[in-house]
Design a protein around this ligand. Structure first.
Ligand code: BTN
Length: 251
């Protein structure tokens, strides 16, 4: 326990999804703690945009962090980005060099190694935040080939099986200290590190935003974590515009 916020763990053998389990058990999580709910396998792991998250037994990290926030907490929409930074520092401690694909995918060599799914439950006087993370730890290349997008794992990169629980412990400690800082200072101390790790900075990207497809140069994020895109404008010869995007997927 550090900074007055205890870190609790709840380990499950098999669960549909740690995020779903967390949502159903919010009332059992201590109000002042950071609770990490992790599982050996998920039978219906959930990804962003309704996608499935492949979660074979005793292979990877499947964890959801639960904590409570006051209703006026300013960085409510940056929690996934903060966990992405905690994950980057954990992977760097294993000598890996990850980058972040906005808003919170973690990539190495342009392949996804970890994904984050954040959800909020509104309570009477607070929000319960549920921030789930899947990190591909010991997936073999055969398993990775079953994923519908380019994916990698720590095993594939280091050619050595890893201790899942010690990586989960490092990740949880990193997130605990980042969260304590975010509770005090909001997202602003994280914003420069995030921009320094952003994939495709200065490159032309396409973003799918609420059914609209946008194209432009990736300028980084603003202090609130929104993506800044320099768009060429709709008409030929129009003045380029800077678009501020708060949700979407980069393709
Ligand atoms: C994504 O990149 O699409 C997000 C993936 C999030 C996966 C994790 S695994 C633990 C937690 N439980 C879930 O069902 N999803 C998240």
């Amino acid at each position: 326990m550090t900074n007055g916020k205890p870190l609790h763990y709840i380990g499950l053998s098999s669960v549909d999804s740690t995020n779903t389990w967390a949502k159903e058990h919010v009332a059992e999580c201590a109000k002042e703690a950071l609770t990490c709910i992790y599982a050996r396998e998920q039978t219906a792991g959930r990804g962003r945009s309704g996608k499935h998250w492949l979660s074979p037994k005793d292979t990877n990290i499947y964890a959801s962090y639960v904590f409570f926030l006051p209703k006026d907490f300013k960085a409510l929409h940056n929690l996934g980005q903060i966990l992405a930074l905690s994950c980057v520092s954990t992977l760097k401690s294993l000598s890996l060099l990850p980058v972040i694909k906005w808003p919170n995918d973690i990539l190495i060599n342009r392949k996804k190694i970890a994904g984050i799914l954040g959800e909020l439950v509104e309570l009477k006087d607070s929000y319960a935040a549920i921030v789930g993370i899947g990190v591909n730890v010991n997936m073999t290349s055969e398993m990775l080939a079953r994923i519908d997008q380019p994916a990698t794992s720590i095993l594939a990169l280091l050619s050595k099986p890893q201790d899942i629980m010690s990586i989960l412990a490092s990740l949880s400690q990193a997130f605990h200290s980042d969260l304590v800082r975010a509770l005090r200072e909001g997202f602003s101390p994280f914003y420069p590190q995030y921009n320094a790790l952003l994939d495709r900075l200065g490159e032309e990207i396409r973003v799918e935003n609420r059914g609209e497809r946008l194209r432009g140069i990736c300028l980084g994020i603003d202090t609130e974590g929104r993506l800044l895109l320099q768009s060429p404008g709709k008409e030929p010869m129009s003045i380029p515009q800077i678009l501020t995007i708060s949700s979407g997927e980069i393709s």
